[in-house]
Design a protein around this ligand. Sequence first.
Ligand SMILES: NC(=O)c1ccc[n+]([C@@H]2O[C@H](COP(=O)([O-])OP(=O)(O)OC[C@H]3O[C@@H](n4cnc5c(N)ncnc54)[C@H](OP(=O)(O)O)[C@@H]3O)[C@@H](O)[C@H]2O)c1
Length: 280
Amino acid sequence: MKKVWIVGASGRVGSALLKQLDCLKYEIMVTDATEVDVTNREDVNSYMKISRPDVVINCAGLTDLDACEADPDAAYRVNAIGPRNLAMACDRIECKLIQLSTDDIFAQNEDGHPYNEFEQANPRSVYGRSKYAGERMVTALSTRFVIIRSSWIYGTRVDFISKVCNAVKTQTPLEVPINQYAVPTSAKELARVVAYFIDHDLYGVYHAVCQGSCSRYEFAKEILKGIGKEVELIPVNTTDEARPLYSVLDNMMLRLDGLHQPAEWKAALAEYLSETGGNE
Ligand SMILES: NC(=O)c1ccc[n+]([C@@H]2O[C@H](COP(=O)([O-])OP(=O)(O)OC[C@H]3O[C@@H](n4cnc5c(N)ncnc54)[C@H](OP(=O)(O)O)[C@@H]3O)[C@@H](O)[C@H]2O)c1
């Protein structure tokens, strides 16, 4: 049985992955920031020495975009130094590191084509830049790494779906950008891709998003359709400098390697909403 350490397991993606990964198939170890602080090399090294995992999945991150803008040192500490510490510790015991990354390393291209794994990153926010720095740490310092970039992940306790559901409950009109494009991706579909890399000897950078793309506004409308409820959605043009306007990812590497492709985004969303009604 493979030993898998989920770092940052109490976060949105970590807890969603934990729910999806088969605990009969893997021995799963989980830590949050109070147990192992990724920014602390000694913490990371001693946990690694004691637990000796086969695979580490790094879901830890400073993900609040405004907090990252306000304190870039804190952002780089968690998003770049954290992955550095894990990469060095993993390499020492020849363990695989799966680093979660984000579409925020891209911001907007000229002609609106989906970004593949071979394109140059152009982050516009401190969050995006610090995550990209983390990726570079991982590629430079570990030999067995997989970087999985995803976007607009749902299937967690607090996500965009819960925001829309709360607006429905309180009947509060919700402003939603019509000029932000990416791919809503269910944690279940993402977990399938992650699980594949736990079990197979493939390495490198992979995009893992559902098929297709939409604006935030279309995403919100599809959520309302799925739960069969209404609330006023106010389409707005966001001027938020820190959020990418266009960060649609193309799963080119999954395609080139002939691997499983996540479902189409509307189908994955419909499945999730029919299972949960939007309430996790
Ligand atoms: N959510 C998305 O839509 C999305 C999309 C693409 C990529 N991602 C990536 O997926 C990963 C997880 O994102 P998320 O949305 O799950 O973020 P999240 O909900 O903010 O969770 C981040 C986790 O990291 C932990 N953490 C923070 N500082 C830490 C430290 N110094 N040491 C150890 N753990 C620490 C947090 O613990 P505390 O809560 O105790 O601080 C939290 O459990 C990130 O790499 C993110 O870039 C997320």
